[in-house]
Design a protein around this ligand. Structure first.
Ligand SMILES: Cc1cc2nc3c(=O)[nH]c(=O)nc-3n(C[C@H](O)[C@H](O)[C@H](O)COP(=O)(O)OP(=O)(O)OC[C@H]3O[C@@H](n4cnc5c(N)ncnc54)[C@H](O)[C@@H]3O)c2cc1C
Length: 382
């Protein structure tokens, strides 16, 4: 089978890896509009959180409980460490902790409940509203995303059945008869057995309008923060979620293995937009987040905000998550919407996409929109 993967973000790289792991005589070509990995990829950031708890949603929590194991499996294959089990703390009203703890333990995740007193004792650097308790997940953590992408691209570059094609922008993907086709910006057309579109928030440009119109593009601003106090004061800090009165702010910790600053953001800094532009954070959103964290971190110092950047992702309009689509008897597989949480699921999602691409029975991810892809009729170029 000749498989061409369009996009060298986390999903494209891992899909190519899984196609190789499937064995057989599959030839994999990975193309990206930029370098591989591309600095423009949504995945190519310093940190991404991997945690199980999706409050009140057992199916997602169950699927996410295996996410860290997926990342550790990739680490073993590649021989590089990029997953760091910092833990993840989700703040919530005290009365909610028994149910959320039960959700996690039923899903097989190792977790503890922390009382308001525990929070005050162990996390004095964070201001929790009165009556706030939390659940701490032990195996949750962060992936050093940029390190992971470089290591994966390097591994792929050493495989005899893989060819990497940086700086090749696809402008159209279609299917005709037994073949799938890709047209590139330079006018060349490639015919192949299977195409996997993993173009992140750019996927709309390669999808039929019928799918593209069901997707919402989001833009999220994130602050980079180096606390003025010594690194040791923040040592051992887990990822923290559910912060603030709206319980929508989050903090990604720095880890000793990286010089990446902490990342601070909130759902209130995520907004739907019509199109992708640059990733420069507008002053309004930077100030908004500074305001949010001035209230949440007692020792917050705006001068320690060392940067801010915006990222984009596409989400399916009705459920707000990722979406896989298949055209023409599976010759084109498109990861149409990457969603705001696909990094952690990427090993599972990529395995399922690769299984389909090589013609194997897809292993379930537990994510309905991946396990039951939206089927489209055969499509030609629009
Ligand atoms: C601010 C922010 C924070 C997030 N935090 C988390 C988190 O903590 N945990 C989590 O699980 N998820 C998180 N996510 C979501 C996650 O980062 C994304 O869902 C995931 O990285 C998307 O990966 P991808 O491979 O689908 O796309 P990308 O990483 O964007 O890769 C797409 C690639 O396709 C290439 N490309 C695009 N168009 C073309 C074309 N026409 N031809 C050739 N190549 C093309 C691009 O150059 C790029 O390299 C976050 C997202 C944002 C924006």
């Amino acid at each position: 089978m000749r498989i061409t993967v369009v996009g060298g973000g986390v999903i494209g790289l891992l899909t190519a890896i899984e196609c190789v792991r499937a064995g057989g005589e599959h030839q994999v070509d990975l193309v990206d509009a930029g370098p591989i990995p591309s600095p423009a990829a949504t995945s190519n950031d310093r940190l991404r959180v991997v945690r199980a708890l999706h409050r009140g949603v057992p199916t997602l929590t169950l699927a996410a409980a295996g996410a860290h194991a997926g990342w550790m499996d990739v680490e073993c294959l590649i021989g590089t460490r990029f997953y760091h089990p910092t833990g993840a703390l989700t703040a919530m009203p005290e009365q909610d902790t028994p149910a959320e703890l039960a959700l996690l333990t039923t899903a097989g995740a190792k977790a503890w409940a922390l009382s308001p007193k525990d929070l005050a004792t162990w996390y004095p650097r964070i201001r929790f509203p009165a009556g706030t308790a939390a659940v701490l997940e032990a195996t949750a953590g962060v992936v050093l995303a940029d390190h992971a992408l470089v290591a994966m691209a390097h591994w792929l570059g050493a495989q005899s059945r893989v060819r990497l094609h940086p700086h090749r922008q696809a402008v159209a993907v279609s299917q005709s008869g037994e073949a799938a086709m890709i047209r590139f910006a330079d006018g060349e057309t490639r015919t192949t057995d299977r195409v996997v579109v993993a173009a992140g928030p750019w996927s709309r440009e390669l999808l039929p309008t019928a799918v593209g119109s069901d997707l919402t593009l989001y833009r999220q601003s994130v602050l980079s923060y180096r606390p003025p106090t010594s690194r040791r004061d923040w040592a051992g800090m887990p990822a923290v979620l559910g912060l603030g009165p709206a319980r929508d702010a989050w903090l990604m910790p720095s880890v000793p293995q990286s010089d990446a600053p902490m990342r601070l953001s909130a759902a209130s800094a995520c907004r739907p937009v019509d199109e992708m532009s640059d990733r420069v954070t507008p002053d309004k959103w930077r100030e908004h987040l500074i305001g949010v964290f001035s209230r949440l971190l007692p020792a917050f110092d705006p001068a320690a905000v060392v940067g801010a950047s915006d990222g984009f992702y596409l989400a399916e309009r009705t459920h707000g998550g990722p979406l896989l689509t298949e055209y023409g008897a599976g010759r084109v597989l498109a990861f149409a919407a990457c969603g705001g949480m696909s990094f952690k699921f990427a090993p599972q999602i990529a395995r399922a996409i690769a299984d389909r691409a090589v013609g194997a029975t897809p292993r379930p991810t537990g994510l309905d929109s991946i396990d039951r892809p939206r089927q489209l009729a055969a499509v030609g170029e629009e």
